[in-house]
Structure formats: C-alpha cells, structure tokens
Design a protein around this ligand. Structure first.
Ligand SMILES: [Zn+2]
Length: 254
C-alpha cells in the first residue's frame, strides 16, 4: 500500500532547497508525522494554501523509503483569522509547538487531535490566554500527566485556607503545611487558582473561552503550567513563542 489518507493539522513547516517544504503534521489517524511537500512553495502549487501552519487539511500521502510525501491535499478549515494578529499567531504557535514537542512520532491520540482543532477554532474569538492555559492542562492530562488538584499531593488531606502551593516535583497542589516543610520547591498561589485549574480540566474549551480570570491568577496559572510542563515533559517553548507570549516583550495583556 503506497498511498494512504489522513486528516491532519499542520504544526510547522520548514523551507527546504528549491521550492520544497518539510511539513510537520498532527494527524487524527497516526499522530505526529513529518512529510515532504514537493514544490509546495511555488506560486503555482496547488498544495500551497493547505500546508500552511494551523491549516486543517485532508491528505493523500505517499509512502517513501526515507520520508513520506504529500501526493494530494485539500483544505478542510484554514483558520485565516488566526493570522490577523501577532497575538493569535503567538498563541496558536504555542499550542502547535506543545503538540509537536510533547508527542511522539506515529503515536495516534485522537483526544489531542480534537483538543488542538477545537482550540484553533476558538482562539481568535475567545480569551486566547485562558484558552491556551486550559489547553495546556488538558494536553498534559491526555498525555498521562494529570496534576493532582483534588487534595494535597503529599499528605492527601483536603486543602484549607486561601493559600495553596503547587509543586511540579510532587505532581500537583500542596496544602500549606506540606508546602511550608520545604521538601520540594513550590510556586505559591491562591486557592482560587487551583479551582480554576480544576475547572479547566472539567469544562470543554468552548465553555471556557470567556471565563473570567483576574491578572494575578493569570500570572499564577502561567507560572504553574510552564513549570509543570518543563519538569515533567522537558519542554520550555521557543524564543519565538516567548516573544509573542504574554509575559514576553510582546505582551498586550497586562
Ligand atoms: Zn499536605
């Protein structure tokens, strides 16, 4: 079987010599794939419009000895609205960067595929920062790293009081007594921030797109999730993502 079909989201493209393009896809059927799009940078190429980052397209792929290549493709949803501002480009790049870096090649994960698709549909019209944070905690959970949020990750007692702390090493939230013992480095946060994380896991992205979260909670969520993803999955994000990321120099969400 030399040809096979898949539907996929374009995570990233890399320009190669002549007019070729290396395309990193996250496909519904096969997970992450790296494929060649021969001649896709030629102005006359019929593939050109469907292999751009964030496009959701249908592909007919050709099995190659070293690398598979795109034989045909057609767009399903192209999300042109995401390209209207650096802010949405930045968030969409953050999400596709996470999927590219946290998943293994050829391992299908339909939940991750549908999560990314839903996030790309909502980013330009909802609160992109909140959608990105909810995406992050859902993604790590779908990949087997769901943080402990229901009780203290060390002593398992229920949380009390308005203060809480988060420890990536302990795998989740700590009560103030365990956090004060100082066995693991922690990020202190308000209890409400832990409740917000629980909500992110429980609710669909569409329900969260206009969720009210104040500036302090946004800072806490960003710090907690970046630290957790780096600790468990060894990924920090790229400079380009950071540049366009809230907290980075391009921040427009103070
Ligand atoms: Zn405890």
């Amino acid at each position: 079987m030399k040809l096979y079909k898949t539907e996929a989201i374009v995570l990233r493209t890399i320009n190669l010599r002549e007019a070729d393009l290396l395309v990193v896809l996250f496909s519904r059927e096969y997970g992450k794939l790296r494929v060649m799009a021969h001649g896709a940078r030629k102005p006359t190429s019929r593939k050109r419009g469907f292999v751009q980052p964030f496009c959701y397209s249908r592909f007919l792929l050709h099995k190659g000895r070293e690398m598979d290549s795109i034989s045909q493709c057609e767009g399903v949803e192209l999300f042109p609205e995401l390209l209207q501002s650096l802010r949405t480009i930045g968030y969409a790049s953050r999400l596709t960067g996470l999927v590219e870096n946290l998943t293994a090649e050829g391992e299908a994960n339909e939940k991750v595929f549908l999560l990314l698709l839903q996030a790309l549909r909502l980013l330009a019209r909802g609160d992109a920062e909140i959608l990105a944070r909810a995406f992050e905690v859902k993604l790590v959970s779908f990949l087997g790293y769901r943080p402990v949020l229901q009780h203290c990750a060390v002593c398992r007692r229920p949380l009390a009081g308005v203060q809480a702390a988060f420890s990536a090493a302990a795998g989740g939230v700590l009560c103030s007594a365990c956090a004060a013992r100082g066995a693991q480095p922690v990020i202190w946060c308000r209890r409400g921030t832990v409740e917000t994380l629980k909500l992110f896991l429980r609710w669909e992205l569409a329900r969260l797109e206009n969720c009210k979260v104040d500036a302090q909670a946004r800072r806490e969520l960003k710090a907690i999730l970046e630290n957790y993803i780096e600790y468990h999955l060894g990924y920090r994000g790229t400079a380009a993502e950071f540049w366009r990321h809230p907290g980075g120099p391009g921040n427009d969400h103070a």
